[in-house]
Design a protein around this ligand. Structure first.
Ligand SMILES: [Zn+2]
Length: 408
């Protein structure tokens, strides 16, 4: 029995999303016509497509590689400001973001060949999803730096502005289907990650009982301003109630252990799925269950993410991305003759990895407000962010001369 990965996570988010759909459909509430099981399922499957290698550390690093210090996540400018007064220090001021990349993969980078088209006509059309499915996938329906929106998240790059507008229209809040996907993601993340980390011995769920040192230490951590903050009335008791369902011993893989895990998973999934209802066309989460969900995610921060081992691994991973970016940037700018003679030369182009040449050609062919050079940077980010963790390590080793070339 293996641990969850991005793919199995997405499959489970889909199952949870469809369960929430079923629960909401059974409620005696008015549901808007856009509420749609297929859009929810598609969104759940697509929601993590844009994750680059090395998770959130990788996401931040790719962004930092193309955005100057002044225009980082905390101080982004609007689309209009970027156009009217381009920053000469930014390589690509709308940067890198996993959600924006998911939309780009679905709508631009993936290939779906329509049976009535010839091979030549394929072009950058993406998966040809419906507007409803793309809208459901879009948790943050705005461009980077949109006024009054979360600065650290955005749903589309400047080059994909038209696609975003086509998908969501004038909406600047996620639609009902996207809200269902979002809750399904929160539920799956909390439940399945805790399960995985308990199984490999990183989260000692069996030590969590009312009053144990581990439980007290964790509660102090969870209540700190950097985590959840002060808990609402009733939440602490609800958490103790949940402790009753935790396994009683370390995981050793016996049938009893598996049954205990299954009971925990079932209990959590059911109470979280039931915690959703629709009011005035929006998903409303039961506040105690929503807060409990946030607290469970803090278990992962408490036991794993804020641990020095992982922090050290991430320093290395960021360096891998910086090195790859530096080399690929040199190849690409040289091959496409940025700042040099007019035409890209076929000989240099032929030396680029096929996957890189493809993302560069797609980015260059796309009509947008980007300059030639910005298009190249978008194509570079599309290529690097499309690598898996192990492909990134491998490419890094090849570029450093420690590994001979296979296929890329
Ligand atoms: Zn800048």
């Amino acid at each position: 029995m293996s641990l969850h990965n991005r793919l199995t996570h997405s499959l489970k988010v889909e199952q949870v999303g469809v369960s929430i759909y079923t629960k909401l459909s059974g409620d005696d509430r008015q549901l808007p016509p856009i509420f749609d099981m297929h859009a929810i399922a598609a969104a759940c499957l697509a929601h993590d497509l844009g994750h680059p290698p090395f998770g959130h550390a990788g996401e931040q690093e790719l962004d930092a590689l193309v955005v100057c210090g002044q225009h980082q996540r905390s101080r982004p400018r609007t689309y209009e400001q970027r156009r009217q007064d381009p920053c000469s220090n930014c390589k690509l001021e709308d940067g890198f973001e996993g959600n924006a990349q998911s939309l780009r993969i679905s709508a631009v980078l993936s290939v779906h060949k329509d049976k009535d088209k010839t091979d030549k006509e394929i072009g950058p059309i993406g998966l040809d999803l419906t507007r409803a499915s793309l809208a459901a996938t879009t948790k943050y329906p705005w461009l980077r730096g949109a006024p009054d929106k979360k600065a650290s998240k955005w749903g589309a790059y400047d080059c994909d502005k038209e696609i975003l507008e086509w998908a969501v229209g004038r909406q600047d809040v996620p639609d009902l289907n996207a809200q269902v996907m979002d809750w399904a993601d929160d539920i799956s993340y909390a439940v399945h990650d805790i399960e995985d980390f308990y199984r490999i011995g990183l989260i000692p769920l069996n030590d969590y009982k009312r009053g144990t040192d581990v439980a007290k230490g964790f509660l102090r951590y969870a209540k700190s301003a950097n985590a959840v903050g002060p808990l609402s009335p009733g939440v602490e008791e609800a958490l103790y109630g949940l402790f009753e369902f935790l396994p009683r011993s370390r995981f050793t893989g016996t049938t009893e252990d598996l049954a205990a895990l299954d009971r925990l998973r079932g209990t959590l999934l059911t109470s979280f799925i039931r915690a959703a209802k629709v009011e005035s066309g929006n998903v409303v989460r039961d506040p105690i269950q929503d807060e409990l969900n946030g607290i469970l995610k803090q278990l992962i921060w408490f036991h794993i993410i804020d641990e020095p081992t992982l922090a050290n691994i991430q320093v290395g991973q960021r360096q891998v991305l910086r090195d790859i970016f530096g080399r690929v940037e040199t190849f690409a700018l040289e091959a496409y003759k940025v700042g040099g003679a007019a035409m890209a030369d076929e000989q240099s182009l032929r030396r680029l990895p096929n996957a890189l040449r493809r993302t560069l050609d797609l980015a260059l062919a796309q009509d947008s407000s980007y300059t030639h050079k910005q298009k190249i940077y978008r194509g570079i980010l599309d290529f690097i962010s499309g690598l898996s963790d192990s492909e990134a390590y491998y490419l890094h080793a090849v570029l450093a001369g420690r590994e001979h070339v296979g296929h890329l």
